[in-house]
Design a protein around this ligand. Structure first.
Ligand code: PEP
Ligand code: MN
Length: 268
């Protein structure tokens, strides 16, 4: 028996995550889009409107940001959650946002549609267990230097709490390569799809670090069989408080979405 018996694929049936009618997995391809960080109401409303028009199914945006430097912008915190809620109500898009600790658990439980656990917390086992007990949809990102087996063992901690709607995300791993921010491991997609029934999405933004590389890797992820994508979109990337270099504009995002539809049709 696999170490991760709840996550393991035992049949052809795949988990479909359904958030307010927005489905991801089991043949339902969905795109999560939005800025790295929530900054202002105007920013969130404008991006939410544009990504929805382009076909995104979920709105992302960090309110609590894990930053390498202790002096970098670390998010608006609870004020950021409020702005996400406003943008979600206006756009009709469910919210995906990262939790960093148990500190604001009640707020996340009440206000967030899909709770993201970031790469840096992939093996924060106490956080994984706590989030699993909420039985809410979760997005678990692969750790910076974690193997696929470690990711599958980590997601088991969420599933044992009773959660069923869990999405896995390949977001690039650390290698000796420096031309990109991380090395996007697209082979993780078919490997994960073979080993687990959970949906698998790809993050070409953190996976590459450069907006010009987002489109080719997003298309490659769709061709490799991913169930969806998470893409950073900013209305003014040059002024973004976090990850502007890897953020596409709404115009680039809309074009990319059209190409994704064509790739999906080609491999169907
Ligand atoms: C993010 O999605 O904004 C993020 C911080 O991603 P990761 O945890 O993959 O670095
Ligand atoms: Mn980011």
């Amino acid at each position: 028996m696999a170490e991760y018996k709840l996550a393991a694929r035992t049949s052809y049936d795949s988990t479909v995550v359904d958030v307010k009618g927005h489905k991801l997995g089991g043949g339902h391809f969905a795109v999560i889009a939005g800025p790295c960080s929530v900054e202002t109401e105007e920013q969130m409303l404008s991006i939410a409107r544009d990504v929805k028009a382009a076909g995104a199914a979920f709105l992302r945006g960090g309110a609590f940001k894990p930053r390498t430097s202790a002096y970098a912008f670390s998010g608006l915190g609870l004020d950021g959650l409020e702005l996400l809620k406003i943008a979600s109500v206006k756009s009709g898009l469910p919210i995906v946002t990262e939790i960093m600790s148990e500190e604001y658990l009640d707020d996340f439980e009440r206000d967030v549609d899909v709770i993201q656990i970031g790469a840096r917390n992939m093996q924060n086992f106490s956080l994984l267990r706590t989030i699993g007990r909420l039985k809410k949809p979760v997005l678990l990102k692969r750790g910076l230097s974690s193997t696929i087996e470690e990711l599958l063992n980590a997601v088991e901690y969420i599933l044992v709490g009773g959660s069923t709607d869990v999405i896995l995300c390949e977001r690039g791993i650390r290698t000796y390569e420096t031309a990109t921010r991380n090395t996007l491991d697209l082979s993780a997609v078919p490997v994960l799809k073979e080993r687990t029934h959970l949906p698998v999405i790809v993050d070409p933004s953190h996976g590459t670090g450069y907006w010009e590389l987002v489109e080719p890797m997003a298309l490659a992820a769709a061709a490799a069989g991913a169930d969806g994508l998470i893409i950073e979109v900013h209305n003014h990337p040059e002024a973004a408080l976090c990850d502007g270099r890897q953020s596409v504009t709404p115009q680039v995002f809309a074009r990319l979405m059209g190409k994704i539809r064509r790739v999906r049709a080609a491999i169907a």
